[in-house]
Design a protein around this ligand. Structure first.
Ligand SMILES: C[S@@+](CC[C@H](N)C(=O)[O-])C[C@H]1O[C@@H](n2cnc3c(N)ncnc32)[C@H](O)[C@@H]1O
Length: 214
């Protein structure tokens, strides 16, 4: 027996498969309505041709001072906070877990947030089609830790994704990773230390042990 689906076109190499859950409890009528009415208006569309890039000015209805990307925003509390604190920044949030997406869409609607765009699926689809040097900041906050050794290839911090993040970040752009998981913290430190396209900005333990105000 093999895990391969019958139609080879559906087969995704293991490294590029998405590991995680997409659905939780049923959404309320209100959230279902917002997912139908609001989400399509603020969704990121991925160009069908893999050689085409996402047009960021068109996505935000004009040029933004900076563009920030959050990978796996959960229910979107951090992204909504950043968007309100930085109205001149365009923020893209990616999250495949639909209940989380519904949480952020609700905040966007209730708080009338204008500068968030959402991709309700795997962040890598967006990253692969963002232009080179087009993003100022990438957030990865409490990524799924996948603590078992055999699941380590599923961790978002991995050489392939770091290559892609390096490509889309502008010079002096920032990749901000937050985790309270000791295995993921050590894993991330090792992965980053092996690279010469990122610099470690912390000068002392407080710079990475203490959560920044934002
Ligand atoms: C542990 S949760 C943390 C959520 C949120 N950042 C927080 O701090 O509350 C990790 C999130 O990453 C999302 N995730 C996992 N892989 C992802 C991927 N490839 N692209 C986008 N989101 C992803 C999961 O669906 C999940 O919601």
């Amino acid at each position: 027996m093999t895990d391969k689906p019958k139609d080879i076109a559906d087969y995704v190499v293991p490294g590029r498969r998405f590991f995680g859950r997409r659905k939780g409890p049923s959404l309320s009528d209100r959230k279902t309505g917002l997912m139908e009415d609001v989400l399509p208006r603020i969704s990121v569309t991925i160009p069908e041709d893999k050689n085409d890039s996402i047009n960021l000015d068109a996505l935000f209805g004009g040029a933004k001072r900076e563009v920030w990307l959050e990978i796996g925003f959960g229910k979107g509390e951090h992204l909504a906070w950043q968007a309100q604190a930085n109205p001149d920044i365009g923020l893209i949030g990616c999250e495949p877990y639909l209940n989380g997406v519904a949480g952020l869409v609700t905040q966007v609607d209730e708080q009338e947030i204008k500068n968030i765009r959402i991709y309700a699926d795997d962040a890598r689809h967006v990253i692969w089609q963002l232009p080179d040097a087009s993003v100022d900041r990438v957030f990865l906050i409490h990524p799924d830790p996948w603590p078992k050794k055999r699941h380590a290839p599923r961790r978002f911090v991995n050489p392939e994704n770091l290559d892609d993040i390096a490509r889309i970040l502008k010079d002096n752009g920032e990749f901000r990773v937050g985790t309270d998981h000791p295995i993921y913290r050590e894993w991330t430190a090792i992965q980053m230390s092996e690279r010469d396209d990122f610099c470690w900005l912390a000068e002392g333990p407080d710079d990475w042990l203490v959560r920044p105000d934002d």
